[in-house]
Every structure is written in C-alpha cells, then in structure tokens.
Design a protein. Structure first.
Length: 249
C-alpha cells in the first residue's frame, strides 16, 4: 500500500537519529551521505516530482539538527507527562506517540521544502502502525506529548501550540465544507499548555482553544474557549434519563 523506499528512508533516518533503536548504546557517527543518497532516490522515484531532488535533499539535511532537537523535546514532554514512563529509552523504543510525532516532524520538514506526496506516505505509514493520524501540513509547536495515542486525528490546517498534551481518541478536525473552500483554514487552533483528554472532539477553523485550558473527555466543541478554561461534560441520571451538563470554568 505504501511506497516502501519512502518508508524505509523514514525508518533508516529515525534509526540514525536514535541508534538505541538498533541496540547501539554508545554514541556513534552516522553516514549522512548514505541517507542523503537514499532521500535523493526517494525524491527521484516518486510520481514525477518537479523539484530538484539534490536541492531538496541538501536543504533537508541542513535541518536535521532542528528536527533532532524538536524530537528530543517531545521525548522529554512525554517523559514528564506520563508517570508510567521509566526512561527516555522506553519512549523511543515503545511509545506509538513518539513514533507518530517523529514521522510528522520529518514529513512536515519535507512538506515545507515543497515536497507533496512523500510526506503523506510517511505520515500514513505511521498512522497504519500507531493509529495516530497527523497531517504533515499541520503546524505543531514544541514539546508535544501524545499519551496512548490510538485514534488521534490532527487535520491539515490545525495549529497546535507548545507544551500540549493529547490523549487517545482526540479529533482536531474540520466541519463539513464544500470542496471549493478546501484551501481555507478548516481546523482548530490549540493554544500553549493545553490538555485534551480522551475522545474530545474539537472542530472548525474558527475554533480557538485558549492557553492553559483543559478540555475534558468526550467534549464536543465547535466554538472557541478563552484562556485558562476548563471544559467538561458531567453526567447524572434523573428518573432514568441520562443528562449531560456542560461546564466552563
């Protein structure tokens, strides 16, 4: 289903950035040129790309230190955000959230360099492995913590700030619009230091979740929330009828 040379390049790059994935504990130099040639081959073989593969590959590898720094921040955010995590190594080797974020960071860098299809192949491959669907064109700030992760959807025009924590089943999605409007901002903006609990659904390009807010589990939002808010749905049974109450604090 997926273009294997694209997904092989992604896995080879992650293994080079984090050699512990290969069982290599000590630091070692890795051959950038081999990976550069691999990326050039990927770019040349994918669907009539009109960009110069050498220029794209050279531009990409100048950004590798930034990608690695961002991923290190994500690892730290997951470690600090999940009490079950025993070490950074455990996160790198076993956490689907880290794998999906790594795919996104690499794919997003290629997307910003003007590459179209290959970023989608990489993130959809990670989606198939983790159940986490992140569009490579989304904007995600630093220190993202994805906990558990299965079922998360982050749409193409989503904007996510720094130090955001997202639990399983969260959808940051679009309201239904005509295809003629597909270039508009269709997905929400999530501010800094926001927590999105399991199964929360946040929709619409004009929906903004303010900084330092908490969105509770199973919340459905199509309207903005000011900074420092807490949005929950509490349930109680009255005469056999389940009622939902929305609370914004």
């Amino acid at each position: 289903m997926y273009n294997h040379i694209s997904t092989n390049f992604f896995n080879d790059l992650i293994d080079s950035l984090y050699p512990i994935r290969l069982g290599i504990i000590e630091d070692q130099e890795w051959d950038v040129n081999d990976l550069r040639i691999e990326l050039i081959t990927v770019l040349k073989s994918n669907y009539g790309i009109v960009l110069d593969p050498i220029v794209v590959a050279d531009g990409f590898f100048t950004l590798i230190p930034e990608i690695k720094a961002s991923l290190d921040e994500d690892v730290l955010a997951i470690f600090e955000g999940d009490p079950a995590a025993k070490s950074h190594t455990e996160i790198i080797l076993t956490y689907p959230g880290f794998y999906a974020i790594a795919a996104y960071r690499i794919a997003n860098t290629l997307h910003k360099l003007g590459v179209d299809l290959i970023p989608r192949i990489i993130t959809e491959y990670a989606h198939s492995k983790t159940g986490i669907d992140i569009h490579p064109a989304a904007f995600i700030g630093s220190s993202l913590c994805i906990d558990h992760g299965t079922g998360i959807v982050i749409g193409e025009t989503s904007v996510i700030g720094n130090h955001v924590k997202i639990y399983q089943g969260v959808t940051i999605g679009a309201l239904s619009i005509s295809r003629e409007r597909n270039r508009s901002k269709r997905h929400p903006t999530i501010g800094d230091n926001v927590v999105l609990y399991a199964q929360a659904t946040i929709l619409g390009g004009e929906t903004h979740i303010g900084d330092n807010s908490i969105i509770g589990g199973n919340v459905w939002l199509t309207e903005s929330v000011p900074a420092n808010s807490k949005v929950t749905y509490s349930t109680h049974v009255e005469r056999g009828i389940l009622k939902l109450e929305k609370a914004i604090a």
